[in-house]
Design a binder for this molecule. Structure first.
Ligand SMILES: C[S@@+](CC[C@H](N)C(=O)[O-])C[C@H]1O[C@@H](n2cnc3c(N)ncnc32)[C@H](O)[C@@H]1O
Length: 233
């Protein structure tokens, strides 16, 4: 498949999925997903981010959790239906900008001090993955982090497995590998871009505030985010 055809095929596939299910992967209710989200937030270490990017945000469940630790957050997804649901969920967060767009061509302009790629990169083939990672790296701020987390399942609809994505990241991304927090069902890696000359990593992280406990107690362990009230897709 070429770079141009591949995302178009997937757009139709994802629209079909979202037309059939409000939450195709049970992000709102599946305890495994909630545990994975908790581990994702934990890996971010309570740091506060100035401007973050959530790639392939789907219906915005993870985006809503990330929103608590970002001053500005851009969430992007190729699916119109997913974006509609994400916008509804994220309406209370005026600092979250939910955009429809397809990577790598629509990578939003940075600089971002956080880029999250959760359950999205295995939809790319090797060529698109490399192009996407190059584009995301270009938009990373000095000292910024790229967090990737992907399930370890085999799927006929994904060109790559989660393991292949993370092996590729570790071998090729060219950023400092900072955190590895693998589970039996998922892989999580956090990479860090070099800090600007004269700026120490401690200084970059000086703005960290311990919001993890609050998030875990009030958001993750609270009632699940309600599904849409109406039956519309
Ligand atoms: C499995 S969901 C990810 C969910 C979300 N990141 C999470 O972890 O809760 C994958 C999403 O990636 C989006 N996607 C796939 N390829 C994409 C691309 N090239 N550009 C933008 N979004 C894409 C799909 O539309 C879908 O909503």
């Amino acid at each position: 498949m070429t770079q141009k055809i591949f995302p178009r095929v997937y757009r139709a596939y994802f629209e079909y999925l979202y037309a059939r299910h409000k939450d195709p992967w049970d992000y709102e209710t599946d305890p495994y997903e909630r545990d994975k989200y908790a581990r994702t937030l934990e890996a971010l270490g309570g740091r506060r981010f100035t401007r973050a990017l959530d790639v392939g945000c789907s219906i915005g469940v993870l985006t809503a959790l990330l929103a608590h630790s970002c001053d500005d957050l851009v969430a992007i997804d190729a699916s119109a239906l997913a974006i509609r649901r994400a916008r509804r969920r994220l309406a209370p967060f005026s600092h979250v900008d939910v955009r429809r767009g397809s990577l790598p061509e629509d990578i939003p302009a940075g600089p971002f001090d956080l880029v999250v790629c959760s359950e999205v990169l295995y939809y790319f083939d090797e060529e698109l993955l490399s192009a996407t990672l190059e584009g995301l790296k270009r938009e990373l701020a000095p000292g910024g982090v790229l967090l990737a987390v992907h399930g370890r399942f085999e799927s006929k609809t994904c060109p790559l497995t989660g393991d292949e994505v993370h092996d590729h990241l570790k071998a090729n991304i060219g950023l400092e590998h900072d955190i590895e927090a693998n589970g039996p069902r998922f892989r999580l890696d956090l990479f860090r871009s070099p800090t600007a000359p004269g700026e120490s990593r401690a200084a970059v992280e000086a703005g960290a505030c311990s919001i993890i406990d609050r998030l875990l107690n009030t958001v993750l362990l609270g009632p699940p985010v309600r599904a849409e009230p109406d039956g519309s897709p």
